[in-house]
Design a protein around this ligand. Sequence first.
Ligand code: BTN
Length: 243
Amino acid sequence: IGKKVIHLDTVGSTNDYAKEIGNKVSGGTLIISEQQTKGKGRLGRVWKSKSGDGIWMSLIIKPKIEPYKAPFLTLVAGASVVKALSNLGVEASIKWPNDIIVHNKKICGILTELSAEMERVNYVVIGIGINIKTIDFPDEIKEKATSLYKEGYKLSRVDIVRQFCIEFEKLYKGYILDGNKQDTLELCRKYSAIIGKQVYVIKNNKRELVKCIDINENGNLIVKEKNGEIQEIMSGEVSIRGV
Ligand code: BTN
């Protein structure tokens, strides 16, 4: 992982670039850009990616798995980011499924995209944006977003990327070669920002207050509803604001 690194000055989106070259490069190739002019977030959102403000990167991997097993790789990536930051002394946690937060605000988002045909994965692109030095955030996200610098951490981007590659390689190999999900799940539980807490689950524009119980073997979130019913949530948005 990260043996081949493509370092760009500027690009629309490292995820889109990764999808353009995905079939031509070997698995483990990492694309990093100083800035992105069309950085993408989940749900069609814009991801601000100014030059020098953060780590904007996409990892191309080629696991021999069926497509339904790919979403778990987002948890592998999230666990790797949080472990990498923890190794460097940052108190970070994971807001399931794919946000990393510091002091209750988001510093990192993950966007996983899949290329598959005939029930076979060609490649998976894991896009990771980590706010390192950003100071000014747009008004809409000011309350929710932060950067490592804003939270008092001065870390080098190279150290973070290096730590991430080391941690990702361990968890990824464990999952793909040995079917080991436990190491990833243990980290997701240990560093969870929401297990044991009340959160809002947002679905179809409605929000429902629930208590998070656990993350299960499939990487899904287990919650207890107000009426006491236990539900398994496979995807979606979770909000810790205003609980
Ligand atoms: C989210 O939280 O909504 C996901 C954000 C993902 C941002 C990263 S930055 C590198 C890669 N390229 C993109 O266009 N997006 C991801």
